[in-house]
Design a protein around this ligand. Structure first.
Ligand code: MTE
Length: 313
């Protein structure tokens, strides 16, 4: 049997032989001294934290220069921690993501609440260098670490009624102070068609730049859909639901004339308030042309053969 390589796949030789995803259970014992006796704090919780071990380097890559790590981790959109670009880094410093779970439901045979480690353990972690194009007309190139979303979704055994996949961010205004203001209808929600969700480019990401996902970039787990505007790549996911009907999504609810359900990067369809023809790549001086499907047209255009991309923006 001949396996035909997709053009974005990297030759096997450039892939590290074994990919391991290490988990680390860190038991924090808080010691206190009362009357000279050393006591173990009975309430000290066992913390499970995700650690990136070995991973398959550059499984999918592009020639564009990678954005400076400092830029990618200090210029963010994460409204749960504030609406300014520098707010997420500053305001998420104490955000704890230990013992994170994702609740899976809807049209599938295996609805349950899953620990993050359990979801990722069966799969090698891959590094994928993707363009990220924000609807605000700036862009970056980021080396993500993660697992194809389709591999993980398969385990939940979606039924034939599952036409869409809906995602939900944590809703906790104490831990996410930006949610104390109603800038969006919380929790942040996103959705994909099932075909988009299982497309090999769609990544469920737990890290970037060889490290665990920084809080401001969507710790501990976020979506990365490189051919769509960045807001589809929902951060800090706690819920996945398979649905028969198209699920409501946050930005579409906020302004349906500006943010469509599909939100594929398309230089021919302007935002009502600005052009989408060009973009500012963070770290560069001159603007560059925005590419159809953010440069992933060869891989994903087939998903939309029957759609008018102007009407279904
Ligand atoms: N996810 C949640 N939960 N909240 C957000 O505000 N912002 C989106 C997306 N995911 C956002 C989110 C937008 S507009 C973009 S451009 C990307 O995250 C930015 O990802 P980055 O900060 O890692 O570059």
């Amino acid at each position: 049997m001949i396996k035909i390589k997709k053009r974005w796949e990297i030759p096997e030789a450039e892939v590290t032989p074994e990919a391991l995803y290490r988990r680390r259970r860190e038991f924090i014992k808080t010691a206190g001294t009362i009357g000279g006796a050393l006591l173990l704090n009975p309430w000290a919780a066992a913390r499970a934290s995700l650690e990136i071990g070995d991973y398959r380097k550059k499984v999918i890559s592009i020639d564009d220069e990678i954005t400076d790590e400092d830029d990618a981790t200090s210029y963010n959109n994460f409204y749960e921690f504030g609406t300014g670009k520098e707010d997420p880094k500053r305001n998420s410093k104490r955000f704890r993501t230990d013992d994170w779970t994702i609740t899976v439901g809807g049209e599938c045979e295996k609805p349950a609440t899953y620990g993050l480690e359990d979801l990722f353990r069966p799969f090698p972690i891959e590094e994928r260098i993707y363009r990220l194009r924000c609807v605000e007309a700036w862009s970056m190139v980021i080396p993500w670490l993660g697992v194809p979303l389709g591999s993980i979704l398969k385990g939940f055994q979606p039924t034939s009624k599952a036409k869409y996949v809906a995602f939900k961010t944590l809703h906790d205004p104490v831990r996410m102070p930006g949610q104390q203001r109603s800038v969006l209808n919380w929790p942040y929600r996103e959705g994909l068609t099932i075909a988009e969700a299982i497309h090999p480019l769609t990544l469920l990401s737990v890290g970037m730049y060889g490290k665990t996902m920084p809080n401001q970039n969507g710790a501990p787990v976020r979506l990365v859909v490189p051919w769509k505007y960045g807001f589809k790549s929902i951060k800090s996911i706690v819920g996945i639901e398979f649905t028969e009907a198209r699920p409501p999504t946050s930005w579409n609810l906020a302004s349906s004339s500006e943010y469509g359900f599909y939100s594929n990067v398309n230089p021919e369809v302007d935002h009502p308030r600005w052009s989408q023809k060009r973009e500012r790549r963070i770290g560069e001086i001159f603007k560059r042309d925005t590419l159809m499907f953010n440069g992933y047209e060869a891989e994903v255009a087939g998903l939309y053969d029957d759609l008018d991309l102007v009407v279904n923006f």
